[in-house]
Design a protein. Structure first.
Length: 247
């Protein structure tokens, strides 16, 4: 492998680690509770604005956040040395939708009854810092365990597949971008170069059957986080990053 792929993955891991270190500061910016608490008062909180931003940028950039910047991803990928087995993808990926749809519906209903009162991005975020007092540590460690335990029990990044309330925003945004045929960041396979060695499947942090996707010629799987491990680990150059409209 050339130095460029190694450098790219080193940068990715460094960004995930930095995001994890900042998690005590940023935790409430991703809070599923605070967005409902704000909606009941008719205000859009920082977490609500963040979820909206995730949807918007995913129209063009897909789930780059999940692959490169998410603190939960940094936590779960740090567990690979302890629990390296792949997660069994498929129907289990639907679990998070059974969480997300009622939750998003509750947010919408709360705003409907409360009426729009405006933005209050620092609602319960005085000073912009999440973990400021002893009680907040309980919330912090609960969220850590929420992602850590499933990954240790069920396999790589199980928390992403099962519980993440942020992923559906980006999956839906990516789907909208494809429907509108907008240019998107994507992986482009070259099936004629693939020798089906399985290295990409072994390296994929989301446990996807990458050789099958390459053979199909379409790599827009909803659980792909555009981390680039398949790109950087393929000695045959069968997968590349690109930005443009899908065929």
């Amino acid at each position: 492998m050339s130095s460029r792929p190694k450098f790219r993955q080193s940068v990715r891991h460094a960004l995930l680690f930095a995001s994890l270190l900042l998690f005590p500061i940023t935790l409430f910016y991703f809070s599923p509770y605070l967005v409902i608490d704000g909606a009941l008062r008719g205000i859009l909180t920082a977490s609500g604005a963040m979820f909206a931003a995730m949807f918007v940028w995913s129209v063009l950039l897909g789930r780059v956040w999940c692959g490169w910047l998410c603190p939960g991803a940094g936590l779960m990928e740090g567990c690979f040395a302890i629990q390296p087995k792949p997660f069994r993808t498929g129907r289990l990926d639907l679990v998070k939708w059974f969480i997300w749809v009622p939750w998003l519906s509750a947010i919408g209903l709360a705003f409907w009854f409360a009426g729009w009162q405006g933005l209050r991005l620092l609602h319960h975020l005085e000073g912009g810092v999440s973990v400021r007092e002893p009680g907040h540590f309980l919330v912090f460690y609960t969220v850590v365990l929420l992602f850590l335990v499933p990954s240790l029990l069920f396999g790589r990044r199980a928390g992403c597949h099962l519980l993440c309330w942020m992923a559906p925003f980006m999956i839906a945004g990516g789907k909208l971008g494809r429907t509108l045929r907008l240019p998107q960041l994507q992986l482009r396979p070259q099936a004629d170069k693939c020798i089906a060695c399985g290295t990409c499947r072994q390296n994929c942090p989301m446990s996807l059957d990458v050789p099958r996707l390459v053979a199909s010629g379409v790599m827009n799987h909803a659980e792909c986080v555009l981390c680039g491990t398949c790109v950087d680990g393929c000695k045959q150059g069968a997968i590349d990053f690109s930005f443009g409209r899908r065929n």
